[in-house]
Design a protein around this ligand. Structure first.
Ligand SMILES: [Zn+2]
Length: 507
């Protein structure tokens, strides 16, 4: 017997709405779907409900399970509030989903229409529906980019942050901006280029600037990466470069990653702004081999730090980085700010501390659920009652609507209508009062959240150490952790090292 199931997922718009109204979107979707099923005299066999709100198939564990079931020929119909819950934005994903539904001979049921992927007309309709959501997104992007491209070709500045050494001014009598020299910053730019031409490396240039008390715009000290990006930016000899780092999607081991690789197909045009450095000098500075061999030219796309982007320095707030040591030493985790008071650790020690922290969370959450369940036996009664009242309210509201219809159609006369509607309105008021007696909803919501997190936590704790792929390790952690704050103010020796690490995990 092939199953009839529902698939539920929040869209990004739903999340935004939820943060404003506090409404439980998935609950509402479930009610909508149940009504459709009821209308079709169908009892749903199960609900695939996405806990996380990912856009790609890879980021959505429930859709993966669902697709597998469809591939195994087990699903007759999938109920969704809208086809775009199945796929959105990404071509490969859409193709994969529509193919799977087609070969699994599985129908998609929405409140407005049932799609049969093996009906020629319907297939078109289904793909069109998905296609529309994708095209809408692409057109917006393209329109934006076309405008920028035209401006770049005219030598205008289209970025949001001006390069160091420049500010921007509105062009008179036409749209757009151009860069103008900021003389204080331009002095520093000249020093940077002079030192680079003299063969000094990026970190020594940074050290020199720090020693003369110079500061970059937004941070306290110069670091080699910012020196390098200044030297490599052709804006300083009067050019505008664009399309340099387009976001690209790459597939690695079946997972889509977004990267911003350095591009060869960029646009370089003469800018409307004044140069700070001669073209000759700019080229000479870029010939400096110590500048060229920056980490930023690393070709390898794969990340090598399982904690990438997750750990924040507890002293200065920067994102902590992996520090590889050559000659076979163990990797470290360091704050990128030179002379930051936070001490570095072995990377694996921090990983261990994080896993321990996650295990603690898991225990705590499980305890909460058990104690809650004990109390709940009495509350369960409340919840059931509440649902009954809700149903009764819906029914009464429907009867009231019906009464209006009957009045409009002339079947009810005014008197009959007034009597009937008065009765129903009184009943609704009474139900509302009863409903409020059972308000344990907010507590349930919190518990619901915790219940949903537990399986994800269990998955991470069980698989993290076994996993060998660093990208996947990183993604596992990111499934549950939003941020880790790391603090180690006392430098330890040997075995003491691990005792001084303090971490705070934010889920
Ligand atoms: Zn720091």
């Amino acid at each position: 017997m092939r199953k009839r199931v529902a698939y539920l997922r929040k869209s990004r718009a739903d999340l935004e709405l939820e943060s404003v109204t506090g409404e439980n979107t998935l609950k509402r979707h479930r009610e909508i779907i149940n009504k459709v099923a009821e209308k079709n005299h169908v009892v749903l066999d199960c609900y695939y409900q996405e806990v996380v709100s990912g856009e790609t198939i890879e980021a959505r564990p429930e859709i993966q399970k669902l697709l597998k079931e469809i591939e195994n020929n087990n699903i007759e119909e999938v109920y969704v509030v809208d086809v775009d819950r199945l796929a959105r934005g990404d071509t490969e994903d859409q193709g994969r989903i529509s193919k799977t539904f087609k070969f699994g001979n599985t129908k998609i049921v929405t409140p407005t229409k049932t799609y049969d992927p093996n009906n020629e007309f319907d297939e078109e309709y289904f793909e069109f529906g998905l296609f529309m959501s994708r095209r809408e997104y692409k057109t917006i992007n393209r329109r934006l980019n076309r405008g920028r491209l035209a401006s770049v070709n005219e030598g205008k500045f289209v970025g949001s942050v001006c390069p160091y050494g420049y500010t921007k001014e509105k062009l008179k009598g036409q749209k757009g901006f151009r860069l103008i020299i900021n003389s204080e910053e331009a002095k520093i730019v000249k020093i940077i280029f002079k030192l680079a031409i003299d063969g000094i490396g990026a970190s020594n240039i940074a050290n020199h600037l720090n020693s003369i008390g110079s500061k970059p715009r937004k941070s306290e000290v110069w670091v080699s990466a910012s020196i390098r990006s200044i030297i490599q930016n052709p804006v300083y000899y009067g050019m505008i470069k664009w399309n340099h780092r387009k976001t690209e999607k790459k597939m690695v081991n079946g997972v889509i990653y977004k990267t911003r690789p350095k591009h060869d197909d960029y646009i370089l045009v003469k800018g409307l702004h004044e140069a700070i450095i001669d073209e000759e000098d700019w080229k000479m500075a870029n010939e400096n081999s110590k500048i060229k061999t920056g980490k930023s030219v690393k070709k390898d796309l794969k990340i090598q730090n399982p904690l990438a982007g997750l750990v924040e320095c507890g002293v200065c707030g920067r994102i902590m980085q992996r520090r590889p040591y050559h000659s076979g030493h163990i990797d470290g985790l360091i704050c990128p700010l030179p002379h930051c008071k936070n001490c570095s650790s072995h990377l694996y020690l921090v990983e261990n501390a994080i896993l321990d922290g996650l295990k603690e969370y898991l225990e705590e959450y499980k305890d909460l659920i058990t104690t809650y369940k004990k109390k709940q036996n009495t509350e369960e009664f409340d919840i059931n009652n509440k649902e009954l009242i809700e149903k009764e309210m819906e029914k009464t509201q429907a009867q009231l609507n019906k009464a209006y219809d009957l009045l409009e159609q002339g079947i009810y006369d005014n008197n009959t209508f007034l009597n009937r509607s008065k009765q129903l309105k009184e009943k609704i008021e009474q139900l509302k009062i009863e409903f409020q007696k059972y308000s344990v909803e907010s507590k349930n919501k919190k518990m619901e959240k915790i219940k949903n997190v537990i399986p994800i936590l269990e998955n991470v704790v069980a698989n993290y150490s076994k996993e060998t792929d660093i990208e996947i390790k990183n993604q596992l952690l990111k499934e549950v952790i939003s941020k880790i704050i790391y603090l180690k103010t006392v430098r330890g020796k040997g075995h003491e090292k691990e005792f001084n690490i303090k971490i705070e995990i934010k889920l």
